[in-house]
Design a protein around this ligand. Structure first.
Ligand SMILES: NC(=O)c1ccc[n+]([C@@H]2O[C@H](COP(=O)([O-])OP(=O)(O)OC[C@H]3O[C@@H](n4cnc5c(N)ncnc54)[C@H](O)[C@@H]3O)[C@@H](O)[C@H]2O)c1
Length: 365
């Protein structure tokens, strides 16, 4: 052992690739890749130059030369795989949602605390420098009193009846899809940037098609394609978010507006290098420039102005902070299992509200 972490990636799909890039960028050793689909695992092993490959997730997780596990598999598998990693005391990055129920997410948070390991959930949008800048300015009081928090998270990849993915199936993705898959990112980000927490929600869900076309024919759909959520916060603000996985033309477009009496801050993921700062007398668009960012945001600007940073850079920053914490550091704003548990609690409140068509309280975390 040379001080570098020895890492296993479990799940070699889209996120397995993103995690492996970030692990290598952080300078850790990518020891192994596991995927129940061995072909998929082998493709990533070759691309990421991992030492070994297997179809058995638990064999890799339990291997004595592995000290950190990244869980990048479908949602319903997280609970068992994270438990398998925590039992022998390994550090864990588990993809969101941490678990498909709040009770399971709470159990994982407790187990991680008892194991004394670092356990994180990649709410990676926190790692855009302009998000950190907005957060810092709100924290310094520049927004004045916050009134309304609003925005959307829109995608289009499930817009057609013929579109299918494991996320559509509640047994694999969980009871909520649009909210559980992307709404949790938006809520985490807005709570992070505003410093306020949702205390109650009023949600409506839309399922576009009663059935979809899967590889084995038509199947019934029980998860939502779109959601609207009104909410109240513990800081006296109100807000709303619109979520959809069927908004033609929107690929991964989220935005938030944190509106205050003195300044408002708008972040738009289609222009992640910018932050709109609105004021009564004048408004301006700040463009990421390491020299001009506040000290809280500047470390996340890794290349000079005019050289755009993007999603993988956020991931690299998240993973670098995770390993900083593993080495005893205390990085600010690392999303941990408590945040994953929080997201599961908000998801359950959204589902309860939609079912009762009335306001529902978010369980205090
Ligand atoms: N943080 C983010 O920005 C972000 C973005 C996308 C997805 N995600 C999350 O990442 C996770 C994976 O999503 P994805 O888009 O990469 O999915 P994917 O379908 O592209 O990949 C999942 C992989 O897991 C494998 N797998 C399934 N069950 C397994 C098991 N029991 N053991 C080992 N391998 C198994 C599959 O064969 C597949 O290769 C999900 O929880 C999703 O919510 C997070």
């Amino acid at each position: 052992m040379d001080g570098r972490a020895r890492v296993a990636i479990v799940g070699a799909g889209f996120m397995g690739g993103v995690h492996s890039n970030a692990v290598r960028a952080s300078g850790e050793v990518l020891v192994g890749v596991a995927d129940s689909n061995l072909e998929q695992a082998t493709a990533l092993q070759i691309r990421a130059q991992a030492e070994r490959v297997t179809a058995s997730a638990t064999a890799l997780i339990e291997a004595p030369d592995i000290d950190t596990v990244h869980v990048c598999t479908p949602n319903a598998t997280h609970f068992g795989l994270v438990q398998a990693a925590l039992r022998p005391g390994k550090h864990v990055v588990c993809e969101k949602p941490l678990a498909t129920t709040a009770a399971e997410a709470a159990q994982l948070e407790d187990l991680a605390r008892e194991a004394g390991v670092v356990a994180a959930v990649p709410f990676v949008y926190r790692f855009y420098p302009m998000v950190r800048e907005a957060r810092e300015r709100v924290r310094r009081g520049e927004a004045g009193r916050l009134s309304v928090l609003h925005g959307s998270y829109l995608q289009d990849w499930l817009a057609w009846e013929s579109d299918d993915n494991w996320r559509v199936d509640p047994a694999q993705g969980g009871r909520s899809r649009a909210f559980g898959d992307i709404g949790v990112h938006w809520v985490d980000l807005v709570e992070f940037a505003s410093g306020q927490r949702l205390v109650r929600v009023n949600a409506r869900l839309l399922t576009l098609y009663p059935q979809r076309q899967g590889p084995h024919g038509l199947f019934d759909v029980h998860t939502e394609d779109a959601a609207t959520v009104n909410f109240e916060t513990d800081g006296g603000a109100i807000g709303s978010v619109v979520l959809s996985q069927a908004a033609a033309g929107r690929k991964n477009r989220f935005s938030f507006s944190i509106d205050g009496t003195e300044a408002s801050f708008v972040f738009d993921h289609d222009r992640p290098e910018q932050l709109w700062v609105g004021g009564r007398a004048a408004s301006q668009v700040l463009v990421r420039s390491p020299e001009d960012l506040s000290p809280a945001a500047a470390p996340y600007a890794t290349v000079p102005a005019g050289h755009p940073q993007g999603y993988q850079d956020c991931f690299n920053a998240f993973v670098a902070d995770f390993y900083r914490a593993v080495r005893g550091g205390t990085p600010d704003g690392l999303p941990r299992f408590a945040d994953g548990r929080r997201a599961a609690q908000v998801t359950e409140a959204v589902l309860a509200s939609a079912e009762s068509r009335s306001w529902a309280e978010v369980a205090p975390t």
